[in-house]
Ligand binder design. Structure first.
Ligand SMILES: [Zn+2]
Length: 327
């Protein structure tokens, strides 16, 4: 499906997508490989109007005229596809992510627009959970993400504790942080999610949902993982004693956590707990496609833009109902 002339590097992507016809053809071939159909009624009786680069559906219904953006994460956006696609290239391929300030400076949109663009692009990177269960040798671990409580403003800390974070204090200093769980199939895919806590009831159901019965499961000595042996070959590494015992370790997922923390701490500086899951999706996307090249990762990301929408109210959480849904 890929053409020789299509870009392989960021530099060639910038040049290539500066031409609006290239943007259009690139998206049309991936979105409608069997021919353009109306996003509203599904009919293929549509006429292209080249001057405006839109289609007219022959059926009589609202939104009978549509652009390639309709029904995708780009819907209702006034920002050109040239900018959208370059931002997508950067997000899909920059190992440690790309901040809204970098997008703002690189492609010439306001920082606020860039931030909103990135949140929509992250939605495209989100895994749609169709990959089936993980199997073989799977490492399971949990970590905490968030600013150190003592560096945080008092009101910000109070809000964070009240809304999302585990209100625990003491030994682990987890006040104000958000618990994140990760499941990583060795030499395969990682899945991550924000969890309400690290007690058994928070973690066990995710293990049974995402890991095939009978697989080998590796965890640390956290008591929440007791009883996994009923369904899995469960091996525990007690980090108080050692970190590796033969093939019993959680090094792969620990490595993923350190990359994630480098991205969040280094590039994004601070992430609101409400938005954290989008950053997890982003990092997991790059990790899960780490063996592919930049052009492939970009292609894959573009193929996932359809059927997804995110309004400003949803993304900022200002719409209370939307906020509940996406959490
Ligand atoms: Zn139609």
């Amino acid at each position: 499906m890929r053409h020789e002339t299509e870009p392989k590097t960021l530099q060639s992507a910038i040049v290539y997508f500066a031409n609006p016809d290239n943007c259009l053809n690139y998206l049309v071939e991936r979105r409608w490989p069997e021919g353009v159909t109306c996003p509203t009624c599904g009919s293929d009786a549509v006429t292209f109007m080249p001057k405006r680069r839109i289609w007219q559906c022959k059926a009589r219904h609202p939104k009978a005229q549509f652009s390639v953006k309709v029904g995708t994460i780009f819907e209702d956006s006034a920002i050109g596809l040239d900018k959208w696609l370059c931002a997508m290239w950067m997000l899909a391929n920059c190992k440690n992510g790309v901040s809204s300030w970098e997008i703002h400076r690189s492609i010439g949109v306001t920082q606020k627009s860039a931030w909103f663009m990135l949140q929509r692009l992250r939605l495209a990177l989100q895994d749609d959970d169709t990959g089936g269960q993980l199997s073989g040798h799977v490492e399971v671990d949990e970590t905490y993400i968030g600013g150190k409580a003592r560096n945080m403003h008092r009101t910000a800390l109070a809000r964070r504790v009240a809304e999302f974070a585990t209100p625990r204090t003491g030994r682990n200093q987890t006040t104000g942080k958000v618990a994140v769980m990760g499941l990583l199939e060795r030499h395969g895919e990682v899945r991550t999610m924000v969890v309400a806590g690290t007690k058994r009831q928070h973690l066990h159901s995710q293990v049974t949902k995402h890991i095939e019965t009978g697989s080998h499961v590796y965890t640390d000595a956290l008591r929440s993982y007791n009883n996994l042996a009923d369904e899995y070959t469960h091996k525990v590494i007690n980090h108080a004693e050692r970190y590796v015992d033969g093939n019993v370790h959680t090094n792969s997922i620990e490595n993923f956590w350190s990359c994630l923390k480098r991205t969040i701490g280094g590039t994004y500086i601070s992430v609101e707990p409400f938005h954290l899951f989008r950053y997890l999706d982003e990092q997991s996307f790059r990790f899960n496609n780490r063996k592919a090249n930049d052009a492939y990762r970009f292609d894959l990301a573009v193929s996932q833009i359809v059927g997804k929408r995110l309004t400003y109210a949803e993304v900022t959480g200002k719409d209370k109902d939307a906020r509940k849904l996406s959490c």
